[in-house]
Design a protein around this ligand. Structure first.
Ligand code: SLL
Length: 256
């Protein structure tokens, strides 16, 4: 790399929106003949661009992310043979069959020009339409799962690069991400809660899609939550001060 490319552009941040998560569905009886008898589901775990391709029935994935991502590794539960699965070209996804939910460790390796370290994200692989059965403790009955169809659990995230190398910045700016639509193109609203993939699932009538309006809603929700926390902190602090005063008063009394 030329020296000029190794210069960091200080004070600049550039982000790329992604989605990660999984979809899952029950295996058909024919499919079950060709897998271990305890396997009940086929699932796909993926890391994709946030925008969905027009008319596509997959969540995200409008853009090929290999201009900045070199490898995505998915570390599966150790009940799987060779649990470390490296995907070195797009689409960065992996399909398997299985019977249980577990935490997938997703490691993003960026292109060498980035000079960026590996990022690890965690995704709880979801197979069951938990919230549909109203019982979040036990696995929903088969009829509920059959009715739910494909289960989705996806998270929106932005990968932020701070002080990027000039060369890497050029690569990024030459590959602008497809903007996510402002509102859902299918006209459906989606409950979208960062950190709560369970609420973003099993949408009847189509495939979930991330939109900037949802992002705005989420930002407002976070803002409200923050204000609430600050108010709570103030209350607790006032209480603490009162208790300390009380303590000082009692100590004084005790000391005569
Ligand atoms: C559970 N903690 O007990 C989880 C573990 C592991 C799921 C789930 C594959 C197995 C195989 C598979 O579905 N593992 O290939 O035999 O629910």
């Amino acid at each position: 790399m030329a020296n000029a490319d190794r210069v960091r552009v200080r004070g600049l941040s550039i982000a790329r929106p992604i989605v990660y998560g999984n979809s899952a569905r029950l295996l058909t009886s024919e499919e079950r003949e060709n897998v271990p008898p305890e396997h009940t589901h086929r699932w796909t775990v993926a890391l994709r661009s946030a925008a969905s391709a027009p008319g596509s029935d997959i969540v995200g994935g409008a853009d090929d992310l290999s201009y900045f991502i070199k490898r995505v590794s998915f570390k599966l539960h150790e009940t799987y043979p060779n649990p470390m699965r490296n995907i070195d070209k797009p689409p960065f996804e992996l399909s398997e069959t299985g019977w249980g939910e577990f935490e997938v460790h997703i490691k993003l390796h960026f292109i060498p020009e980035s000079g960026e370290k590996v990022i690890t994200i965690y995704h709880h692989l979801k197979l069951h339409p938990w919230s549909l059965s109203g019982d979040t403790e036990s696995i929903p009955p088969l009829e509920v799962a059959q009715k739910a169809g494909t289960v989705h659990s996806w998270q929106y995230e932005e990968i932020v690069f701070n002080d990027p190398y000039q060369n890497f910045l050029n690569i990024l700016t030459n590959n602008p991400p497809t903007p996510i639509p402002r509102t859902n193109t299918s006209g459906r609203t989606i409950p979208f809660h960062i950190g709560n993939p369970a609420s973003f699932e099993s949408l009847k009538g189509g495939v979930p899609e991330f939109t900037s309006l949802l992002e705005k809603d989420e930002a407002e929700r976070l803002d409200k939550a923050k204000k609430l926390i600050i108010a709570e902190q103030e209350k607790t602090r006032a209480l603490l001060i009162a208790k300390e005063k009380e303590l000082a008063r009692l100590q004084k009394m005790l000391n005569g």
